[in-house]
Design a protein around this ligand. Structure first.
Ligand code: OTU
Length: 646
């Protein structure tokens, strides 16, 4: 029984949660049941002899932080424990957005809540809204404060009002906790720069190049083009400071337990605003060790689990998303392994699926996806994915080289092909993306671009070719259809629901020109949205309506709740990806054709996997029975079927 299960069991016995005293009893219960794990995690990171006092500071702090949580949120925590795994529900459908690029500011967003309801969105990932440096700030991922709302977005009162309004409307909120680094203007960084030794110890600071040079022998570079190297010289302190991301993002030194305790306080200030899911940004990087790549280290896992268990005591209704864009097998570790299963993050980005989907589009085949997804071990049953086709960042080509090799492909040549396909190097490719952070030393590179532009809509519209426009639309819907049905929370990037193209204006913006991820962070196009009902044949309308239909069907079928009820089939046609979701007697089969020509499936094979072909078997997307021709089921280019026997 993991800790979450234990608490669910304990609170299910006692119905009363309307008075503070009773709620406090639950807190005490949680503290008592988690204390030994918290203690062993803490002392696995921090030497017991040296830091025993810090441990007691932490325990006292748990109670203080609990006291700062509002009664309404304390009650909600218990309700969520009783309800079970709310985040696995088929009702969850997410959208990711930058508040300012979506509709100016927090109150602008609040006004648009009906837009989400119309489409069927009930989960929002808001990009950072707290204070940040003027000029370059990595879209707010350089943090000046973890709880002060940046005036450009509005006030704290407006933010709290938004969270309350969202709660009332049944909309869940996710915000980032930029746990790996602060900006160089954060109060600790300022004190460090002014010579304060204590705060210099909050970061990895060194008087000479000796240790930085040792680190550089094994640390990879994250932004090799715009921010090469992993250390920045600060003239004021006359020291080198570790900056794995941009030079203005200082890596926090979690070898110092004070940093952990202070960051826990910062985490709670975010959670106490009324946030439901906290995205742990760049969490793979939390622990640095000489002689290693300093990613996915066991100490990083212990630290994340320590955060998680403290959160479990203070605010068990709040859950964590792992932003670990790492190798497929390493992602799974963020759900917690062995003793830590269920005690790390509840959700992780399904970066493997994302990368595999883009591979399938470029190769027009589902074989690598089939092999990878069937051979990667399944996730724990209480965990779930965020399924996405793209986010605000680049698309990283995170494949398992062994699987690539087993396809008979050379990993480096495969990577080069995908980069060429998406970044304008192949004349026949309809994709319009940009190359992000190409590293000629190893051929690594990532891809940026909006979903619609990467899937060919930009090219098709420029050519004004109806056929190609239809293909692009079909691809956009097919890709979203997969993230809506494969199990987990689908996360749509704002604008993709109307096929928004690349935004090249970043090239004119001094603060963005060095970071072409801005090409895929367009302004929300309210003009187009206002015409959706009047232009039934326009690509934005077809995409919007198609998505809305798929979201509705997802929500109407509890089979789409994530209970590890997914079966992927080895389909005899390599272009078609086939899987089934099952709940009791209900089976829904999702078939997707990745080829640009019609592909067929034999009736015998359909029957062998349980798809019936009589009149009562329908495609839920169109509500029509399947149409077979000569005992074969044809799928048009990029067509998707959601088949239900009844
Ligand atoms: C995250 O991504 C954020 O999503 C980015 O927007 C930030 O720039 C970055 O952290 C720094 O805060 O390098 O290109 O898993 O892929 O953590 C994206 C490793 C990023 C990285 C990921 C990071």
């Amino acid at each position: 029984m993991n800790q979450a299960e234990l608490h669910r069991y304990l609170v299910s016995k006692e119905p009363k949660i309307d008075d503070a005293q009773q709620l406090k009893t639950y807190f005490d219960l949680r503290l008592a049941t988690n204390l030994s794990l918290i203690k062993s995690l803490f002392f696995s990171l921090y030497n017991e002899k040296e830091y025993v006092d810090q441990f007691y500071v932490l325990i006292d702090q748990l109670e203080t932080l609990y006291g700062q949580r509002s009664l309404a949120l304390q009650q909600q925590d218990i309700e969520r424990l009783r309800a079970g795994n709310w985040y696995q529900s088929e009702q969850m459908v997410g959208m990711q957005l930058y508040v300012d690029r979506f509709n100016k500011n927090i109150s602008g967003l609040n006004e648009k809540l009906p837009y989400f309801k119309d489409l069927g969105i009930n989960f929002l990932h808001l990009m950072p809204v707290t204070t940040r440096p003027a000029g370059e700030n990595d879209g707010g991922y350089a943090v000046n404060s973890y709880h002060e709302i940046d005036p450009r977005y509005g006030t704290k009162d407006e933010f709290v009002a938004l969270t309350k309004n969202a709660r009332k409307k049944g909309i869940f909120l996710m915000l980032d906790f930029v746990v790996n680094h602060t900006s160089d203007e954060f109060e600790w960084a300022k004190k460090a720069k002014a010579g304060n030794a204590k705060y210099q110890g909050y970061y990895y600071t060194y008087p000479t190049r000796h240790i930085p040079d040792e680190f550089e022998k094994t640390l990879p570079e994250i932004f090799p083009q715009s921010a090469p190297g992993n250390f920045t010289y600060n003239k004021e302190m006359e020291k080198w400071v570790m900056t794995c991301f941009n030079h203005y993002q200082w890596d926090l030194n979690y070898r110092n337990p004070e940093v952990f305790i202070e960051m826990l306080t910062n985490l709670m200030s975010l959670a106490n605003l009324g946030v439901d899911v906290i995205r742990f940004d760049a969490l793979a990087f939390l622990w640095k060790k000489l002689g290693t790549q300093s990613q996915n280290l066991p100490e990083a896992h212990a630290l994340i689990s320590l955060f998680r268990m403290c959160l479990q005591v203070i605010a068990p209704g709040v859950i964590l998303l792992a932003e670990a864009i790492v190798a497929p097998r390493n992602i799974l570790k963020y759900f917690g392994e062995g003793m830590l299963e269920g005690n790390e993050c509840e959700i992780a980005y399904n970066a493997s699926l994302m990368a595999l989907l883009w591979n399938s589009i470029a190769t027009k085949q589902a074989s690598l996806m089939l092999k990878s997804l069937t051979e990667i071990p399944t996730k724990p049953k209480d965990a779930t994915w965020i399924n996405y086709i793209r986010c605000h960042d680049d698309i990283g080509l995170g494949y398992d080289d062994n699987f690539i090799a087993s396809m008979g492909w050379d990993p480096r040549a495969h990577k080069e092909f995908l980069l060429n396909y998406y970044c304008g190097k192949l004349a026949w490719s309809p994709a319009k993306g940009l190359m992000f952070m190409y590293n000629p030393k190893n051929g690594d590179g990532r891809i940026t671009g909006s979903a619609a532009s990467l899937l060919g809509l930009e090219t098709a519209l420029a050519q004004n070719n109806k056929n190609i426009i239809d293909y692009a639309i079909a691809k956009i819907l097919m890709m979203h259809g997969i993230i809506l049905t494969i199990g987990g929370i689908p996360m749509i990037y704002a604008g993709d629901e109307i096929g928004t193209l690349n935004d090249y204006t970043f090239e004119q913006d001094a603060d963005h020109v060095n970071d072409n991820r801005w090409v895929n962070r367009p302004l929300q196009d309210w003009n187009t949205i206002s015409t959706l009902n009047k232009t039934p044949d326009s690509p934005p309308t077809i995409i919007f309506k198609g998505l809305k239909n798929m979201i509705r069907i997802r929500k109407d079928h509890t089979v789409f709740k994530d209970t590890n009820n997914l079966k992927i089939y080895g389909c005899p046609n390599p272009h078609i990806f086939v899987y089934k979701r099952t709940e009791g007697e209900c089976n829904i089969y999702i078939l997707s054709n990745f080829n640009e020509v019609t592909e067929k499936l034999d009736i015998g094979w359909l029957h062998s996997i349980g798809i019936q072909t009589g009149k009562t078997t329908i495609d839920l997307l169109t509500d029509h029975p399947l149409e077979l021709i000569n005992n074969e089921l044809p799928l048009k280019p990029f067509q998707q079927l959601w088949i239900k026997n009844s």
